[in-house]
Design a protein around this ligand. Structure first.
Ligand SMILES: C[S@@+](CC[C@H](N)C(=O)[O-])C[C@H]1O[C@@H](n2cnc3c(N)ncnc32)[C@H](O)[C@@H]1O
Ligand SMILES: [Zn+2]
Length: 315
């Protein structure tokens, strides 16, 4: 959308005073990293002078010079804006994140802000900033946060965060890095945004299990060697093949230290790989296995084989 189309769509009021304070305290120009001067209908970079518009009440802080691949990936998320489908992801992330009371928290790839509304805000976070490059998702989050003074959701890119450095005591990034063309750029941005002594909690799929074999074959045969993902009704334009070993290498290269590591959904790994119809193993058996893996398996060596891997990271 051109900025010319946009100004008409901005309702009277624009950014509230409370949200403008959050802009001034936490956000920065995604291109030159200078602070932003917040107005009610746009924000202006104090360094390069770029004006970033409010589009339908949402701040769009994308770096200039975006490429075609990035736009194609972004377009895919304009149609699917829901949150994670695995309940374990939020439950385990929440535990690993620890106490957020009074802390400034960043959620990268926040989608519609589910984790913020369900956990971060009710738990007393001082400020919550959510970033996602899906305008549709962020618009929904901003609509819900309209009268929440300490929450702000903006459109931005995880590989070039529109944020000041060293500001966030807690950073969450769940189920995002597997979809990024440049994971290293994102990890270095997370490190930059993190306050000294703070924690990043990151979750991402693990293919060190039978599902991985299935993915390798499917990517080779069906996707012509590209790292995609298709299962049942779910399809991803880009999903890296990753294991705890590949992810740990990337984390170390970005200067992030692993303080805690867990896994979840081992049962799902087996079920998906066997292509067992969803309903056959529902209820009793599934519930029992989920309970078993809840605490016990997520911390034993079996964590290396789950569908999801989790890290608490420090710099
Ligand atoms: C699988 S969803 C996970 C959403 C949420 N974190 C959760 O766990 O429920 C992936 C999210 O990452 C966002 N995303 C993908 N690539 C991104 C990028 N380069 N910058 C910012 N967000 C991105 C998508 O728009 C989508 O909302
Ligand atoms: Zn700038």
């Amino acid at each position: 959308m051109q900025s010319g189309d946009v100004s008409e769509a901005v309702p009277v009021g624009g950014l509230s005073e409370a949200k403008r304070r959050l802009v001034a305290e936490y956000l920065a120009c995604p291109s030159c990293r200078a602070v932003l001067y917040p107005g009610t209908r746009d924000v202006v970079c104090a360094g390069c002078g770029t004006e970033y518009p409010l589009v339908d009440d949402v701040l769009v802080l994308l770096p200039s010079g975006r490429d075609e691949v990035a736009d194609r990936l972004r377009a895919r998320y304009e149609v699917t804006t829901g949150g994670t489908s695995l309940p374990a992801v939020f439950r385990i992330t929440r535990r690993m994140l620890g106490d957020v009371r009074g802390r400034a928290v960043l959620d990268v790839g926040c989608s519609q802000g589910q984790f913020a509304f369900e956990h971060l805000l009710p738990s007393g976070a001082r400020a919550v900033i959510g970033i996602d490059f899906s305008a549709a998702a962020v618009r929904e989050a901003q609509r819900r946060a309209v009268s929440i003074d300490n929450a702000l959701f903006v459109v931005g890119d995880a590989m070039s965060l529109p944020l000041q450095s060293d500001k966030f005591e807690k950073v969450v990034i769940t189920e995002v890095i597997e979809h990024l063309p440049d994971v290293a750029a994102c990890l270095s941005e997370l490190r930059r945004a993190l306050a000294p002594g703070g924690d990043v909690v990151l979750s991402t799929p693990n293919y060190f299990n039978p599902v991985g074999v299935f993915k390798l074959i499917f990517d080779r045969v069906h996707h012509g060697g590209r790292e995609r993902w298709t299962y049942a009704d779910h399809s991803e334009e880009l999903e890296h093949f990753q294991t705890p070993f590949t992810v740990r290498r990337q984390l170390a290269a970005a200067g992030l230290t692993v303080a805690d590591f867990r896994g979840s959904d081992l049962w799902m790994a087996l079920r998906k790989a066997l292509l067992v119809p969803w309903l056959v193993f529902d209820h009793g058996l599934r519930r029992a296995l989920n309970l078993l893996q809840r605490d016990l398996l997520s911390r034993t060596f079996l964590k290396y084989f789950g569908v999801v891997q989790y890290y608490r990271l420090r710099k």
